[in-house]
Design a protein around this ligand. Structure first.
Ligand SMILES: CC(C)(COP(=O)(O)OP(=O)(O)OC[C@H]1O[C@@H](n2cnc3c(N)ncnc32)[C@H](O)[C@@H]1OP(=O)(O)O)[C@@H](O)C(=O)NCCC(=O)NCCS
Length: 170
């Protein structure tokens, strides 16, 4: 039987885990300049953000953040329409990379985004250099739409519209 994957809300009890994960080389490589300010973020629960831990048979293995980019407080997405979502994802434990879990977690995150009827599309912003992440997102149906700089990071924004989203067969 395949392992069960679930998403649960991250809490302050995940602080050490998230700090550890976000120092792992494969995570740093994908996200070199962001300061996640975990302690503050985990104590806050703004309506425009969900921070989730992905568990595999009860073992925490990864992290997903879903934001509403139009409502996000720093407005780092700039002038952006409402009714979008933006996702960040990583597998924190390197031993779990490349085994299909990221795809399963991403499908669950997309279902969560599109469960809100008003949501029209989901964005991701991998580094231009993160070719494996581009492949990962494009396999899920995302299309590259524009190169953008976010702070010091050159990113290739990808978008998945509701009309092209295909939930996995159950
Ligand atoms: C991207 C990521 C979430 C995918 O999860 P996963 O469980 O490893 O992926 P799956 O097993 O479902 O799919 C495999 C695909 O994931 C991608 N992938 C695997 N390892 C990766 C890594 N270290 N970095 C980036 N992408 C990776 C590749 O596209 C891979 O396909 P390939 O073997 O044909 O190259 C995960 O690899 C990860 O956390 N990578 C590091 C952080 C990152 O790049 N996050 C995305 C930032 S926008």
């Amino acid at each position: 039987m395949s392992a069960s994957v679930r998403l649960r809300a991250a809490t302050i009890d995940d602080l050490a885990r998230l700090r550890h994960w976000d120092g792992q080389p494969h995570v740093v490589a994908s996200n070199p300049h962001d300061d996640w300010e975990w302690e503050r973020a985990l104590r806050d629960a703004p309506p425009w953000r969900e921070q989730l831990i992905a568990e595999l048979d009860g073992v925490p293995v990864g992290f997903v953040q879903i934001i509403d980019p139009a409502e996000e407080v720093s407005h780092y997405w700039g002038d952006i329409p409402p009714n979008l979502r933006a996702i960040d994802i990583w597998i924190g434990e390197s031993a779990y990379l490349g085994q299909g879990y990221g795809s399963r977690i991403m499908h669950m995150a997309l279902e969560r985004c599109f469960a809100v009827p008003a949501v029209t599309a989901v964005l991701v912003d991998p580094l231009v250099s993160n070719l494996r992440a581009h492949r990962f997102y494009q396999r899920l149906g995302f299309t590259p739409v524009e190169r953008r700089r976010f702070g010091d990071d050159a990113c290739l924004v990808h978008r998945l519209d509701r009309a092209t989203w295909r939930p996995p067969a159950t």
